[in-house]
Ligand binder design. Structure first.
Ligand SMILES: Cc1ncc(COP(=O)(O)O)c(C=O)c1O
Length: 391
C-alpha cells in the first residue's frame, strides 16, 4: 500500500482520478442498477447507450471534433492507448505500405514495430540530440524519389519521457498534398496538457489514453478520420462493428467526464502556466544544486515534465531511495519501468548507456504545494549526495 504521506510526482504515467470524475463515479454507482448492457434495446440498455454517446460527445468536443451533424471521423473506445496505437498501425499497414516512424515513440509503437518487422518496410527518422525530429524534411526528401508508395507516418505529439512537443504542422501540410500518405499521431501525452490544435484533426488517426487526463485506468480512444482504413479488431456488432464485446461502461463514462474538464481552454491555459512555474522552479534548483542536465531542455516542452541526467548515480537506486522517503518519481515510461534497461528515448537522443541509466523523470500533476516541492528538492539532493559519496 502507498505510504499515506507519499507525494506522487509521476503524472505522465497517469493522473489520479480527477475529483469531479470521482464524484460522478460515486453518483453513478448509486444508480448503477439502472444501467444495463448497452446493446440491449430495453430502457436499461438504452440508458447505457445514451451515456456512452454522451461520453463520446465529450471526448470529441475536447478535441474540437464534436460536430454531430457533419462528423469528420469516428471515435472508438479501447482498453488503453497501447491498444489504440497498435490497432491503428495494424489497420493502416497494407502489404506495400512503407511505415515511417522514429525511436522516440512510446513502447506500444515500438512493440508493434517488433511484431511487424518481418513483413513491413520501415524507415526510422533520425533523432537529434536535443530530441528534435525532422520528419517533414525527411519525408520531403524521400518523396522526391518515391512518390508512389503508400506511406504511414506514426509520430507522437508530446514525448512521454522528456515532455518535448513535436510541431506537426509541416507534416500535416504535406498530408494535404499527398493522397497516399496516412498520418497517425499519438496524442496520449498532449491531451489535457495542451490546447488541442485543430490542425491535428487533419491527421488520419489519433490515439488517446484516459488515465493521462484523470479517468479510471484501462481506457483509451482511437479517433479515425472518415475514409482511413480500420480493420475489425474483435468481430462483433459493438463500436461500429469493428470492436466487438460489451462496452466497459464505467471506464468509458469516466473518460467522458474527465474530457468535460478540458472544455474550458482559458482554465486549461491558466492551470498549465501555474504548473510551468512550479516545474521551472524545480528545474532551476536541481540544476543549480546538482549540476544536472535537462533532457529536451532546449526545446518546447509541456509544462509538467522534467527529465534530468544526474551523472554518477544509478536512477534505480535514486528512485527507490526517494520512494522510501515519500516521493514517487520514475525513470521514464511506466511500461518499461523496473526493467533495468536504459531508456530507449534517451539513447535515441545520443545519451550514453551510463547517462540514460542515470536519468529520472519528474512529472507534476499540478496541485503540489510549494512546501511539498521544496521537501522533495531537499530529499532528492540529499539522496543524490549520498549516492555520489558511495561511488
Ligand atoms: C505517448 C504515449 N502513448 C501511448 C501510451 C499508452 O497508453 P496506455 O497506458 O493507456 O496504454 C502512453 C502511456 O504512457 C504514452 O505516454
Amino acid at each position: 500500500m502507498a505510504q499515506r504521506f507519499a507525494i506522487y510526482l509521476d503524472a505522465n504515467a497517469g493522473l489520479p482520478l480527477k475529483p469531479q470524475v470521482k464524484e460522478k463515479i460515486i453518483e453513478w454507482c448509486e444508480h448503477s442498477a439502472d444501467y444495463g448492457n448497452p446493446s440491449s434495446v430495453h430502457v436499461f440498455g438504452r440508458k447505457s447507450k445514451q451515456a456512452i454517446l454522451r461520453a463520446t460527445d465529450s471526448v470529441l468536443a475536447s478535441i474540437g471534433a464534436g460536430d454531430r451533424k457533419r462528423p469528420i471521423g469516428k471515435l472508438y473506445f479501447t482498453s488503453s492507448g497501447t491498444e489504440a496505437n497498435q490497432w491503428i498501425i495494424r489497420s493502416a499497414l497494407k502489404e506495400d505500405t512503407l511505415w515511417i516512424s522514429n525511436s522516440l515513440e512510446h513502447d506500444s509503437v515500438q512493440a508493434e514495430f517488433a511484431r511487424q518487422q518481418s513483413n513491413t518496410r520501415f524507415l526510422s527518422v533520425p533523432v537529434e540530440n536535443s530530441g528534435q525530429l525532422g520528419t517533414a524534411e525527411f519525408l520531403k526528401k524521400f518523396l522526391k524519389q518515391n512518390s508512389d508508395s503508400p506511406i504511414l507516418i506514426s509520430q507522437m505529439w508530446v514525448n512521454h519521457e522528456t515532455g518535448v512537443i513535436n510541431d506537426l504542422t509541416a507534416l500535416i501540410e504535406m498530408r494535404r498534398r499527398h493522397q497516399n500518405l496516412l498520418i497517425h499521431v499519438d496524442c496520449a501525452q498532449g491531451w489535457g496538457k495542451l490546447e488541442f490544435s485543430s490542425y491535428l484533426l487533419e491527421a488520419d488517426y489519433l490515439t488517446f489514453s484516459g488515465p493521462k487526463i484523470g479517468s479510471l485506468h484501462g481506457v483509451g480512444c482511437a479517433w479515425v478520420k472518415n475514409g482511413a482504413p480500420l480493420v475489425s479488431l474483435f468481430p462483433g456488432h459493438q463500436q461500429h462493428g469493428l470492436r466487438g464485446g460489451t462496452e466497459f461502461l464505467l471506464p468509458i463514462l469516466s473518460v467522458g467526464w474527465a474530457a468535460e474538464g478540458l472544455l474550458d481552454h482559458q482554465q486549461l491555459k491558466a492551470t498549465q502556466s501555474i504548473i510551468a512555474l512550479k516545474r521551472n522552479r524545480l528545474e532551476q534548483e536541481l540544476v543549480a544544486r546538482l549540476g544536472v542536465e535537462v533532457n529536451g531542455g532546449s526545446l518546447d516542452r509541456v509544462s509538467n515534465t522534467l527529465n534530468i541526467t544526474i551523472e554518477g548515480i544509478s536512477s534505480q537506486s535514486l528512485i527507490s531511495r526517494v520512494d522510501l522517503r515519500g516521493f514517487a518519481i520514475s525513470s521514464g515510461s511506466a511500461c518499461s519501468a523496473g526493467t533495468g534497461e536504459p531508456s530507449p528515448v534517451l539513447m535515441a537522443m545520443g545519451r550514453t548507456q551510463e547517462q540514460a541509466l542515470a536519468s529520472v523523470r519528474i512529472s507534476l500533476k499540478g496541485n503540489e504545494t510549494d512546501e511539498e516541492l521544496q521537501n522533495f528538492v531537499e530529499v532528492f539532493c540529499d539522496e543524490v549526495r549520498k549516492l555520489r559519496d558511495y561511488s
